[in-house]
Design a protein around this ligand. Sequence first.
Ligand code: GLN
Length: 489
Amino acid sequence: MTILEVRDAVRSRARSAVDVCRDALARIDTSNPQLNAFNTVVADRALARAEAIDAEPDRWRDAPLAGVPVAVKDNLCTRGVRTTASSRMLEHYVPPYDATVVARLERAGAVIVGKTNCDEFAMGSSNENSAFGPVRNPWALDRIPGGTSGGSAAAVAAGLTPMALGSDTGGSIRQPAALCGVVGLKPTYGRVSRYGLIAHASSLDQIGPLTRTVHDAALTLGVLAGPDAADATSAAEPVPDYTEALTGDVRDARIGIPRALLEGIDGEVSRAMMAALDVLHARGATLVDVELPHAKYATPVYYLVSTAEASSNLARYDGVRYGFRASPEPGTRNQTLQSMYAQTRAHGFGPEVKRRIMLGTYVLSAGYYDAYYLKAQQVRTLILRDYDQAFAHVDVVAMPTSPTPAVRIGERISDPVQMYLMDVFTVSANLSGLPAISVPCGFSSGRLPIGLQLMGRRFDEATLLRVADAYERDTTWSKQPPPLLTSSR
Ligand code: GLN
C-alpha cells in the first residue's frame, strides 16, 4: 500500500493505526530474516504510538502521515532507540535526542517501526559494508539492494513499510531506490535539516524519502522540508505544497539529455532510459541535448571531497565521547591514551571506513592539499557551473541512476574502484547541491529493476516531482511487486 492509501484509511477510521502497525510488524517478522533490512525493530514503541493515535482521532484527523508505519535509516538519531550507523563503533549507542526529521515525521502522525540497515557510516554502494551483514535485494536475494540506504529501499520494495527515510551523500537514496524498483528523492542541499544525522560528508549529505510512488515522495518532502534552528545549513526557502504541483502536465517541460556522458553504459539501462524519455515526449515534453563537459570527473572529485570531510567527521569516534572503547590488550598493564585511541579505532571501524579515513587524511595533509583537495574543490565548481548553464535552457536533466542493474553480493566488494564507479551518475547532484529523483523505468532481461534519474534546479523539487509523476502515470513499473519472498531461499 502507499502512504496515501494507509493514511486515508486511518483518517477515515476504516482501519485503526494499531491494526496497520500490527500488519507491518508481521510482514517484517516474516521477511526480515531473509532481507536483513532492519538493524532494530521497535514493536512495543510502535504499537504504543499507534494506540495513542487511535485514542485521539480528532487530533490526527488532518495529519499528513496519520498512522503510517515508516522505517528510518540507522544513521538518523532516535531518542531512546539504538542508532548504530551499522558500525561496531556505535553498536550500543542510544541517542538522547531525535533527529529533526524523526521529530517531524512523528508530529505528522507517522509510526516508526524500526531502524534500517545501511553501509557503515553510509560509505558504500552495495550495502555490503554493514557491520551487521549485507541487505538482500527483494527482487533477487543473491543480489545487492544498492547502497547505502539499502535497508530502507528493500523495506519499501518488499512492502514492509510504504516509506523509509534514507540519506544521500553521493547517491545513497537514489541508487538503492533504482536497484530495488522504488522511488528515491534527494532534496536540494539545505532543503531538509540534517540535525541528528550521523555525518558522513557535511557539504554533501541530505536526507530524503524512499517510497512506492512519486506522490508519496512529494507528500513526505512537505513534512520534512523547511528551516530548522538546530541546523544552520537548513534553508529558509518557502516550502510549497509539493503534491499540488503534480498536475500531470509536462507540456512546458524541457528535458536535457547529456548524451556524451551516456556512452558505454549497459545496453538494457540505456534502452530503458530512452524509452522513458519517449513517454515524456509523448506527453508533450521537449527533449534537448545538453553538454556537461566536466561531469566525467565527478567520481574522482567526489571521492576526494567526501573522504576529506569524512576523515574529519569521524575523528570524534575516539573511545572517549561516544560508543565503543577497546579494552586494554591482555597482558598490558597500562593502556596509554594513544593506544586506547588506536585500538578503539582499529576494532570499531570496518575496512571501508578505514580506507576512507586514510585517503581523506592524505588528501588534506600539508604537501598534498593543493594537488588533491584544492584541485577537487576547483573541479567541483566547474561541475556546478556546467549544471547552472544547462539549467538556463532546460528544467530537468535526465540520465540513468545506476550504470548497471543490481550486481551479485560479493561481485564488486573486493575492488573498491569498481565499486566507486557505480556512483558515476549520482554524485554530481551532491557536488552541486541539486535535487534529484530516481523513478522505476523498467526491468533488465533478468527482471532486475532499472531507475531513471531526473535532476532539477536548486529548490525546484516541485518541477522535478511533476515530471517524475507524469512519467509514472503512464507506466506500471512501480505497481509490480517483487517475486514472493519464500523461506526456501
Ligand atoms: N556510494 C557513495 C559512497 O560510497 C555514496 C554514499 C552515500 O550517498 N552515502 O560514498
